[in-house]
Write a protein that binds this ligand. Structure first.
Ligand code: SF4
Length: 278
């Protein structure tokens, strides 16, 4: 497969978004969001120009979740491409469809993010071709008609994407000699409850940590090359000095939710959040 994977902008561009993350979703009051907010309703802190009136003090005001969220570029794609740059304020009748489209496109863009990595990490040309074809299908849906997007079977697609990601994960992790025996008995497995566990300084190469609960876990100075972190919950995990540049399926929201430092190494596509250095 010589044709490159489709590469729509998968990074947020808030300047070209109608604050869809501040309107479309609903939130219950929690440690991450200080108030109850119904779905399809503008947040009380949203300004008329779609900026956040408390942007500089979100964590201090109880809105830490807003600093963690990442739309994978869905916001500007929906605002500018699907709805031609006409906001839900300018055309209130578009609200319902625009907010629903945002939720769907965010899911699809997250799939594109992972498929891009899967296509680059696998050495199997058939898997690379599958990743390309799935990405192509998704890109076409996100650029098509809104009515087709809103009736698209995201669930069925998600199963196909998940299966492919798992196949590539097994291949990558096998390359790190971690097909199961290496971490047997360590409690490291997909979906493991590892909340608050201490792994400081350990070599976790090729570990299957997919969907693992690593909330508050101590991963300082760990070697995580080839570790599958798809959907792992890294809230408040300590990543100081951890080597993650070759970890698999890591995303910006996961990094944003964790704590790290200047010695933490990340994949090229990801950036250390500012709060790591305060
Ligand atoms: S607090 Fe600010 S960033 Fe968070 S949802 Fe409200 S307007 Fe958006």
């Amino acid at each position: 497969m010589t044709t490159p994977l489709p590469s729509p902008a998968l990074r947020p561009d808030c300047a070209n978004c109608f604050a869809l993350c501040c309107t479309a979703f609903g939130f219950s009051r929690s440690a991450d969001f200080a108030v109850d907010k119904p779905p399809a309703t503008p947040c009380a802190n949203l300004a008329d120009d779609f900026s956040c009136t408390i942007h500089a003090s979100l964590p201090a005001r109880g809105f830490r979740g807003c600093t963690v969220f990442d739309c994978f570029g869905a916001g500007q794609a929906v605002s500018q491409q699907l709805f031609d740059g006409v906001s839900w304020r300018a055309n209130p009748s578009s609200r319902t469809e625009m907010f629903a489209a945002f939720g769907i496109v965010r899911q699809l863009h997250e799939m594109l993010w992972h498929l891009d990595e899967a296509g680059r990490r696998t050495f199997d040309p058939d898997l690379a071709a599958d990743a390309y074809n799935l990405s192509h299908t998704i890109s076409a849906v996100t650029r098509g008609a809104v009515r087709d997007l809103l009736t698209f079977d995201v669930g069925a697609l998600h199963v196909r994407v998940r299966n492919l990601l798992m196949e590539v994960s097994e291949e990558v992790r096998a390359g790190f000699a971690a097909t199961g025996s290496r971490h047997r008995g360590s409690g490291l497995h997909a979906g493991a409850d590892l909340v608050g566990r201490t792994f400081r300084g350990q070599r976790l190469c090729g570990a299957d940590l997919r969907s693992a609960l690593l909330i508050g876990a101590d991963l300082r100075d760990c070697e995580l090359s080839g570790a599958d972190l798809l959907g792992a919950d890294l809230r408040d995990a300590r990543l100081d000095g951890a080597r993650l540049e070759r970890a698999l399926y890591l995303t910006q929201p996961q990094v944003n939710a964790a704590a790290g430092d200047a010695a933490t190494t990340l994949p090229d596509r990801l950036a250390a959040p500012a709060h790591w250095f305060r």
